[in-house]
Design a protein. Structure first.
Length: 864
């Protein structure tokens, strides 16, 4: 119904435009030289080959040819860029040169900044969605803090959409594809009220698709048998007011709504806990060791409903003044995601997050940027100020399923039995739920009652005030020196209120001496010798401690119940750049640069606990009060050469880079909660290369790129890791950081008869092997793979109509986006006393979010 309504609206817009007398429009022609590539990497329009920054620029035509609608699609065209999503499309993370921020914790800001029409988006997931009609996308590699501010320590994705035009025009598009995909979009642009000063553009789209994954729901309550579907609509309107030749004002408003079921995970390796899960599920409740995960069968009795709402308004003004060109960009945006999740990804009812209004994140952001720029014969100068006020509200729930109590008791008995077996002690492992009842002294089914659990709320206000300048001195006609500087003041205030809905009675019952005595008696009754519990015997004390620790996991711990905290932090930091560039000839441009980047510190928005209530404490159940982490810094060095060859028809650019990060912010899931660790050192070194050729064959263009990025952790032991959960990190490459990546695309357009033309595009992206898990456990490795997209179209020479056949991931390559440890499903074998990973000791069930399979379809486009 929603799709039909939006489609009717788009058709009406196009028809109205068609009834208006159309101005004569010349057929679009592509200037076949490098000079036509204009970017705004330095907040002013410049030719790509004149900018001392590594920029991959993709124009509107290539974006259309390769089917790029959102940031994730962009990876096919950009070596060194990786974009992944996990538990929902809201958890989308971009990485450049192997560096990025895991997106599952809203307390962390992005390492790769995303800017759309001059407006900064606070997290990568906030910018995920149909971007509409795009003029170009620029991927700026390396820290860009001087002009784009904090949280661009790895780079920037700068998206520029099409502006309103003063000539009338309209487009319409309809698409159908496999997985029952269907979608439509339309746009209309032109002058308003017959004036030459006011123009508008309206873009609307709606898209739906069935899920990629089949879902086994078991005993429910969910009955949804598909997952990873798509369903959204979006509207973007623009007004452009040009009162004279010295000023312009652009007002943009947009709204997007997504209602989807995303994203279920599949098992890539199943551990011994699967037998317990199958018994509780009353059948096959989890993927088997012999199953092929790429059959795309997920197990979930709770489902993964997701709703995302994104809306905003911005106003950009550009005025020529006697002092310089003044630019003002004011924006207010609100983004909200509500999600549910089967937290264990099985059909046993272990744990879940409920989409009932108590599990969401919402950002409300106000931003204001002012810039004044000018130039003389010897200087190009720019000064500016930036202000931001971000309000983040997050509510989180994590609830026991009806099988949680029995499952927890059973895995505890199984683990204890394994530890005692070498001593010849045989433990009675029957009736795990009964064991929990014996330990807690409560009736069966009431130690951890289904539907109870944590309900937490976080309210954070973050404000930023920054002053910046970027200036180029033309020392000679060939030699320039650029100096940029930014001073930022960032403040964050966090209010936290946490509740455990049943008061944490299960955990609370075993915190006293009497409760721990009950645990000992319960184990003695199951075959553990009473002598092991004699005072001073470490074995018995360890067994009791193990049971207490597992009954007092963060979501069950009564010490969090009714707990309210207030935290605040302030950062005052400098970032900047120094660049020297020299043009040896009109064809050869070289540069060397240094940049200092910065990403703000923040707070971990999840329950964490330790032995002493500090982040560096060992395993324990004392809530951690100070959940803050410091800012992240990077020093970057680059030396590059940009070549424009053969009558400016070939672009060939090379850059060598070295980046050193300190206090790198790592967000990782340890099976029970997300933790944030500050890594002392991360380095990324390598080479970027870009190639573009407007060939002598009329209509044939070739574009390619290559990135070698050796991105590694330092050799130091990770601080705050007494349990050695991150023992594999020192000296290793970062997760989702391929050492080699390369992309290539070829586009060919050729006339067919007098009134038609054919257009063909094929693109490919290669990534070498990398680990997809932040803890780098070997089962999470992804082997090298190549994705191929292709599109062939036939249409009118004047583009009034075009029919395209297209395919993405054409050879149906299987690959993992992100792999992770199944909740409470095994252990790695690493511990405070065992820092070496041994595969034989690893009993974890590993889950993964898979990349999209092959999709294909037909698109009909029309232009009026």
């Amino acid at each position: 119904m929603r799709f039909t309504q939006v489609l009717c609206g788009t058709a009406s817009a196009v028809v109205l435009a068609g009834l208006t007398p159309l101005a004569a429009q010349a057929q679009d022609t592509e200037t076949q030289t490098v000079d036509s590539i204009v970017v705004t990497a330095q907040k002013r329009e410049q030719n790509l080959q004149d900018v001392p920054v590594v920029v991959t620029a993709v124009g509107a035509k290539l974006l259309q040819d390769t089917g790029v609608r959102d940031i994730k699609d962009l990876t096919i065209l950009t070596p060194g860029l990786t974009v992944t999503s996990t538990s929902s499309e809201a958890s989308t993370t971009a990485r450049i040169r192997g560096v990025g921020t895991v997106g599952d914790n809203p307390g962390l800001e992005s390492s790769v900044g995303v800017v759309i029409d001059g407006v900064y988006r606070p997290r990568n997931g906030v910018s995920f969605g149909d971007l509409g009609e795009m003029e170009r996308i620029e991927v700026l590699k390396g820290p860009q803090g001087t002009l784009f501010g904090k949280n661009t320590s790895a780079g920037v994705i700068n998206i520029v959409t099409k502006e309103p035009e003063f000539g009338f025009g309209a487009t319409a598009e309809a698409t159908v594809g496999n997985y029952n995909a269907h979608g439509a979009s339309a746009s209309v642009t032109g002058p308003l009220f017959g004036t030459e000063t006011l123009a508008a553009r309206l873009y609307v789209a709606a898209r739906e698709r069935d899920g990629y994954n089949d879902v086994v729901t078991g005993k429910g309550p969910s009955k949804r048998d598909q997952d990873a579907d798509q369903g959204f609509y979006t509207v973007r309107g623009q007004l452009l007011f040009v009162p004279d030749d010295k000023s312009s004002f652009k007002l943009i408003g947009d709204y997007t709504k997504r209602d989807e079921n995303c994203c279920g995970a599949v098992q890539i390796r199943t551990g011994p806990t699967s037998a317990i899960i199958n018994a509780l599920a009353g059948g096959k409740g989890v993927g088997a060791l012999t199953d092929n995960p790429y059959d795309r069968v997920a197990y979930s009795n709770r489902g993964a409903p997701s709703s995302i709402e994104d809306k905003g308004v911005s106003l950009e003004g550009n005025i020529e003044t006697p002092f310089g060109d003044l630019t003002s960009i004011s924006a207010i945006r609100q983004w909200r995601t509500d999600n549910g999740q089967d937290a264990d990804f099985t059909t046993a009812d272990l744990a879940y997050r409920n989409k009932d209004g108590t599990n969401y994140s919402q950002f409300t952001t106000y931003t204001q940027e002012l810039r004044l720029a000018g130039k003389t014969d010897k200087f190009d100068w720019l000064v500016g100020a930036f202000l931001a006020d971000e309000r983040l509200e997050t509510k989180a729930n994590f609830l026991y399923g009806n099988d949680y109590e029995a499952y927890l008791g059973t895995i505890l008995l199984s683990g204890i039995a394994s530890s005692l077996a070498p001593a010849g002690i045989v433990l009675n492992q029957a009736n795990g739920g009964g064991f929990m009842s014996q330990a807690s002294g409560r009736p069966v089914g009431t130690t951890f009652t289904g539907g109870q659990g944590l309900y937490d709320q976080y309210k954070q206000r973050a404000t930023t005030v920054a002053l910046f300048t970027n200036n180029s001195w033309h020392v000679t006609d060939a030699f320039d020196i650029t100096v940029g500087l930014r001073y930022s003041i960032d403040k964050k205030d966090l209010d936290t209120y946490q509740t455990t809905s049943d008061g944490g009675v299960g955990c609370g019952s075993v915190l006293s001496a009497a409760g721990q005595q009950r645990i000992a008696l319960a184990l003695i009754g199951r075959g553990v010798p009473a002598a092991l519990f004699a005072p001073g015997n470490p074995t018995g004390a360890s067994l009791v401690s193990t049971v207490v620790g597992n009954m007092c996991l963060p979501w069950a711990n009564p010490q969090f119940n009714g707990r309210g905290t207030k935290q605040n932090r302030s950062d005052k930091e400098w970032s900047g750049t120094v660049k020297a560039s020299y043009r040896f000839s009109p064809e050869v441009f070289t540069y060397a640069s240094f940049a200092r980047g910065y990403k703000g510190g923040g707070y971990n928005l999840d329950r964490t606990q330790s032995s002493n209530g500090t982040p560096t404490g060992g395993a324990g159940i004392t809530p951690i009060y100070d959940t803050s982490f410091p800012g992240e810094f990077v020093d970057s060095y680059e030396i590059g050469m940009k070549n424009t060859l053969f009558n400016r028809t070939i672009l060939l650019n090379f850059t060598g880079f070295y980046q050193k990060y300190s206090d790198f912010q790592l967000n990782t899931f340890l099976g029970t909660s997300f933790v944030v660790r500050s890594i002392p050192e991360v380095t990324s070194k390598g080479v970027d290369a870009d190639f573009l050729w407007f060939t002598p064959v009329h209509g044939l263009t070739v574009q390619s790129g290559f990135t070698y990025a050796d991105t590694k952790y330092g050799d130091q032991k990770i601080p705050g890791d007494p349990g050695n959960a991150l023992a594999l990190l020192p000296g290793s490459r970062l997760s989702l950081a391929p050492k080699y990546s390369a992309s290539a695309s070829m586009t060919y357009e050729h006339p067919v008869g007098d009134n038609m033309k054919a257009r063909f595009n094929v693109g490919a992206k290669y990534s070498s092997a990398y680990n997809t898990g932040s803890d780098l456990f070997p089962p999470k490795m992804q082997e090298a793979f190549t994705l191929v997209n292709a599109r062939v179209g036939l249409g009118a020479a004047d583009d009034k109509w075009t029919v395209e056949l297209w395919g993405q991931n054409l050879f149906d390559k299987n690959y993992k986006q992100v792999a992770f440890n199944g909740t409470l499903q095994g252990s790695s074998g690493l511990s405070a006393t065992s820092p070496t990973y041994t595969p034989a000791k690893d009993t974890i069930t590993y889950d993964a979010f898979l990349g999209a399979p092959r999709t294909y379809g037909v698109t009909l486009r029309s232009r009026f």
